[in-house]
Design a binder for this molecule. Structure first.
Ligand SMILES: *Cc1c(COP(=O)(O)O)cnc(C)c1O
Length: 397
């Protein structure tokens, strides 16, 4: 199993945590080859999450843009409303196999916390979710959802009191209690084997959509577009198409916030430098002393100062392309999809959509752009309202 992607990845953790990571890697290697584990995962994908998710031709949006046909991979239709549950189900199955009684997780916007609390309830496991005090205040509905599902939400008051601090606390807790605890990481970051394991659980998105695209359109897309926070939904869909380069371009869309030149953004690849965070070497947003910088995005799920190490490698090798979309374009795409297709997307996914909308006119009507619609936008109604209040920009409704 690959522990490095070029110079990126690795296991930059306290020595005391290494045996735990080695055990996890061994158990995951075994599970991956175990037909029973795979059958159970497939069963839950189908009957619990509701896979496979549809590939939907957004005709009115395509017509509006002029040019390419835009197709949406509907991960927003999964149980819990996003792609994250593909991964938490896999890790919870592994936790049960390893006889761990307690799941812990970090969360920023709360979506990964909800997806972890959900599978903890499903498997009858204890669950504690670490969340920064600032995020708890601005994501109250997800805190309520986690508690409804039986999870305990631990308030993190260190540092900037957001996602990176929550992840630090989770790693600290795990180091102290690894005998009975399984740490469920929510994206393709963290120390090996997490980036590889999370990629595997999310690869179902890419494998399904490549087959669906060939069945429905008889050809492959020109671009496969996904938003990049830590990078799990993007890597999940890219996996299906990386072998099709150069006919197919994989494009990762980072959160440009107020613009790359303002420094107020969360675009780790487009605007960051190489460093080490949360156990892996990767592109990070940091100052000259190597301190992690404050990040900003209108979408809480993209508001992470790092990115999965495999993306750093794909970027360096030009095997995938990374661009940034700013807050206003993402918000505009959010409204456009709601009005033209009757689908309210997550603000994260709206970043990917905004890139597709921008480039569609440069393609011909025979060309296909495949956008990963990573989640639904019910969770973002309050964020959108606040955004329009702040910018004094009229909500088109
Ligand atoms: C968490 C989240 C993301 C960002 O995480 P990735 O690991 O980059 O996929 C994107 N979209 C939605 C809907 C999310 O909940």
């Amino acid at each position: 199993m690959k522990s490095h992607y070029g110079i990126y990845g690795g296991q930059y953790v306290a020595e005391t945590l290494l045996p735990t990571l080695h055990e996890l890697e061994r158990e995951y290697e075994k599970a991956k080859k175990d037909p029973e584990f795979r059958a159970e995962l497939e069963h839950l994908f189908k009957h619990y999450i509701g896979r496979e998710s549809p590939l939907y031709h957004a005709r009115r949006l395509s017509q509006h843009c002029g040019g390419a046909q835009i197709y949406l991979k509907r991960e927003d239709l999964n149980h819990t409303g996003a792609h994250k549950v593909n991964n938490t189900i896999g890790q919870a199955l592994l936790a049960r196999k390893m006889n761990k009684k307690r799941l812990i997780a970090e969360t920023g916007a709360g979506m990964h916390g909800v997806a972890t609390a959900t599978v903890a309830a499903l498997f009858g496991l204890e669950c504690e979710v670490f969340m920064g005090a600032v995020d708890i205040a601005r994501q109250a509905p997800n805190v309520e959802r986690m508690e409804m599902l039986g999870a305990k939400v631990q308030t993190v008051t260190t540092g900037s009191q957001t996602l990176k601090d929550a992840m630090n606390e989770a790693i600290r807790d795990w180091t102290a209690r690894s005998e009975d605890t399984f740490y469920v990481i929510g994206t393709v970051a963290g120390p090996h084997p997490y980036p590889a394991m999370v990629r595997d659980f999310q690869s179902v998105i890419g494998l399904e959509s490549r087959r669906q695209c060939l069945e429905q359109c008889g050809k492959l897309p020109r671009e496969v577009i996904a938003c990049v926070g830590g990078g799990s939904n993007a890597l999940g869909i890219f996996v299906g198409f990386l072998q099709d380069a150069p006919q197919v371009n994989c494009v990762g869309v980072e959160a440009g916030g107020h613009g790359l030149d303002t420094g107020i953004h969360a675009a780790s690849i487009c605007g960051g430098r190489v460093g080490v965070l949360h156990g892996c070497k990767t592109y990070l947003l940091q100052d000259n002393d190597g301190q992690i910088r404050q990040t900003h995005s209108v979408s809480a799920g993209l508001d992470y100062p790092g990115v999965g190490p495999e993306h750093s490698h794909l970027a360096d090798e030009k095997l995938a392309r990374y661009v940034a979309v700013n807050d206003p374009e993402a918000v505009e795409a959010f409204h456009l999809l709601a009005r033209l297709e009757g689908i309210i997307p997550a603000l994260e996914s709206a970043h990917a959509l905004a890139h597709a909308i921008a480039v569609a006119p440069s393609y011909s009507p025979e060309d296909i752009l495949l956008v990963n619609l990573s989640g639904r936008g019910d969770k973002d109604m309050e964020n959108i309202r606040r955004y329009h209040e702040k910018t004094q920009q009229k909500n088109p409704q």
